[in-house]
Ligand binder design. Structure first.
Ligand SMILES: Nc1nc2c(ncn2[C@@H]2O[C@H](COP(=O)(O)O)[C@@H](O)[C@H]2O)c(=O)[nH]1
Ligand SMILES: [Mg+2]
Length: 581
């Protein structure tokens, strides 16, 4: 079945499942798992990477391997934090109550560069569509605009539409492929229904991770292609089946090495460096917190990515590609976790211990090493492992709680990028505290700052427009029902006409100002967190499920590990006119 989840997270199945018998996967099978083979030393892979970093940290120190970013605990730390790197709070969270801080890896600790990584996914998907699924070869000439799609959009699989909704699930922007729906088409399709559509799986797909941007773009391209070239698409292929093919092809790219082999060969091409990750982990650990990693990636890939992120900042010197030094920053690492299923305590998934060198999986008795039949001692003895981080695959949250000796789930803070896979279930079902990483936020707040005067202007125009509307209604009412003489009637009619023409001017000015602001953020979809005056559906989910949210995981390094995060005051509409903001 398809990923199935509703807005409240009540119906679910494991993400990335897909229905297709057409695509098969071919693994290099070693020790029961797929292994990545990488050539080149870590040293080679790191020498050029620093220049490509997108971070604006002020580095202290000399060479690439000894970068010391300014974090909260450094002598010059604890300074004012620029808005794009602040941590925002929806629900108060006192870090003193947190005993373990967990991290997701992909798009959380490892920020992929969309221009290279998403293009890789896009190109790999196209090849599978053409060579494996029989799509026309002209798709190979298509190109990808990685800035076009944004998170929070919803794909209407049957109709071939891409939608942006507000927090009440009203469709505010709708495109068919790349063609904008007129207001009438939009209202006709999504406005008048007897039963409100839930806009969830299976008829809709949510673009809720940065991994999905390429598939959303490709879907729009295919919709356009089918409309313009009906003869070139196999008979019986409708929009929904094209979506299914794209999903299956993307899914395979993640599983068959199309993406991971390339990233493994040259991580610096695909992943941003972040010199603050190691100091942040160290600071959390020095403060007495346990740290853990729970990722859906498997061990071989996790080790490559984490080595890339941590090795240059660990110790100056040895940088072997098989180094496991980064494990010193974690108490437990769980790979292949199959989130969000991992968060269901009733999920009976086995917990395997991973032998680091070979990637071999070993049975455990709920985390306790087990001797194989014929052996006296377990292959990995508890004694030898007690000092270091243990690596597992699978299992569920109950195993993790046991391994970390967690007494209450509210003592855990988990940082992730996927509102469904990482945040919603862990928060809603378990009661873990959550922090969502939203890299788009950095640009969004910068632009908000830029347009702050225009927004004030917009609000004034809106108030003026509404006032005029009320006046017109009142005058019209008087004209219709009040007992007035013809002379007064004439006067009122003139006043109405004047007001209506002024109202048109204000309405136009308001529309233009709104459009200008919208375009500043994104030429098609506008501001990520808003649709007009309302919060977007994405913003609504962030507000409901993420206790904290921020642009980068390492922003945690800019705050005290004992910080008491407090939310800003809530305002209801009735308070806004009374309380000065
Ligand atoms: N099989 C699929 N795997 C996918 C897809 N999209 C992403 N992914 C993989 O999931 C993990 C995410 O790891 P995490 O650290 O964020 O938990 C990573 O390995 C991705 O490659 C998909 O559509 N299908
Ligand atoms: Mg992730």
């Amino acid at each position: 079945s398809c990923p199935c989840r509703d807005d409240d997270g009540d119906t679910w199945s494991i993400p990335w499942k897909f229905e297709s018998s057409k695509l098969e996967i071919c693994f290099l099978s070693v020790s029961g798992g797929s292994q990545l083979h990488v050539s080149g030393s870590m040293e080679e892979r790191h020498t050029t990477a620093v220049t490509e970093t997108r971070l604006d940290h002020s580095y202290m120190g000399g060479n690439n391997y000894c970068l010391k970013p300014s974090i909260w605990s450094s002598p010059d730390g604890g300074q004012k934090i620029e808005i794009g790197r602040q941590i925002f709070c929806n629900r108060s969270l006192n870090m003193r109550n947190i005993v373990a801080v967990g991290f997701d890896m992909d798009y959380t600790l490892a920020q992929y560069k969309p221009v290279t990584f998403e293009s890789l996914a896009y190109e790999g998907t196209i090849k599978k569509l053409v060579y494996d699924l029989g799509y026309p070869s002209e798709l190979l000439d298509w190109s990808f605009d990685w800035k076009y799609m944004v998170r929070g959009l919803v794909l209407d699989k049957k109709r071939g539409n891409i939608l942006k909704m507000d927090r009440h699930k009203y469709v505010k922007i709708a495109y068919h492929g790349f063609k904008e729906l007129t207001k009438e088409e939009k209202v006709g399709t999504y406005g008048y229904t007897l039963v409100r559509d839930s806009f969830d799986e299976p008829d809709y797909a949510l673009i809720d991770t940065l991994f999905s941007l390429a598939e959303a773009y490709l879907f729009a391209q295919l919709v356009d292609f089918k409309d313009k070239n009906p003869g070139k698409v196999a008979t019986g292929t409708d929009y929904a089946s094209m979506y299914k093919d794209v999903r299956a092809a993307v899914d395979l790219c993640h599983r068959d090495g199309t993406l991971k082999q390339m990233v493994a060969k040259d991580p610096s091409r695909y992943i941003n460096e972040d010199a603050s990750i190691v100091p942040m982990l160290k600071m959390l650990r020095d403060s007495g917190r346990s740290t853990f990693l729970v990722t859906n990636s498997l061990w071989d890939y996790t080790n490559i990515v984490m080595n890339y992120l941590c090795a240059p900042y660990s110790q100056c010197g040895d940088k072997s590609s098989k180094s496991f030094d980064w494990l010193q920053y974690f108490d437990v690492v769980i790979t292949g976790s199959a989130k969000p299923g991992f968060f269901h305590e009733d999920n009976r998934a086995n917990l395997f211990e991973v032998e680091r060198e070979t990637g071999m999986l070993m049975n455990t008795d709920n985390g306790t090493p087990m001797a194989q039949v014929g052996d006296i001692m377990p292959r990995l003895s508890l004694k030898g492992l007690s000092q270091t981080c243990r690596v597992f695959q699978g299992g569920n949250v109950a195993h993790l709680h046991k391994l970390l000796s967690i007494e209450s789930s509210s003592q855990v803070l988990y940082v992730g990028d996927h509102i469904y896979g990482d945040i919603l279930r862990s928060k809603k079902v378990l009661g873990w505290r959550t922090m969502l990483v939203v890299p788009e936020l950095e640009r969004e707040v910068d632009l908000l700052w830029e347009v702050r005067d225009s927004r004030k202007q917009l609000r004034l125009l809106r108030t003026e427009r509404d006032k005029m509307e009320d006046q017109i209604h009142h005058l019209k009412w008087s004209l219709k029902f009040d007992d007035i003489n013809p002379e007064e009637k004439q006067k009122l009619s003139v006043a109405v006409e004047e007001l209506e023409s002024k109202q048109d001017e204000v309405r136009l000015a308001h529309q233009q100002a709104q459009r200008k602001i919208h375009l500043k953020f994104h030429k098609v979809w506008g501001q990520l967190m808003k649709t007009g005056y309302q919060n977007s559906r994405f913003a609504h989910q962030v507000e409901r499920f993420a206790c904290l949210y921020t642009s980068q995981v390492s922003n945690l390094s800019l705050y005290s590990p004992d910080k008491y995060y407090r939310p800003s005051e809530d305002f209801m509409p009735h308070e806004l006119g009374i309380l000065p903001l």
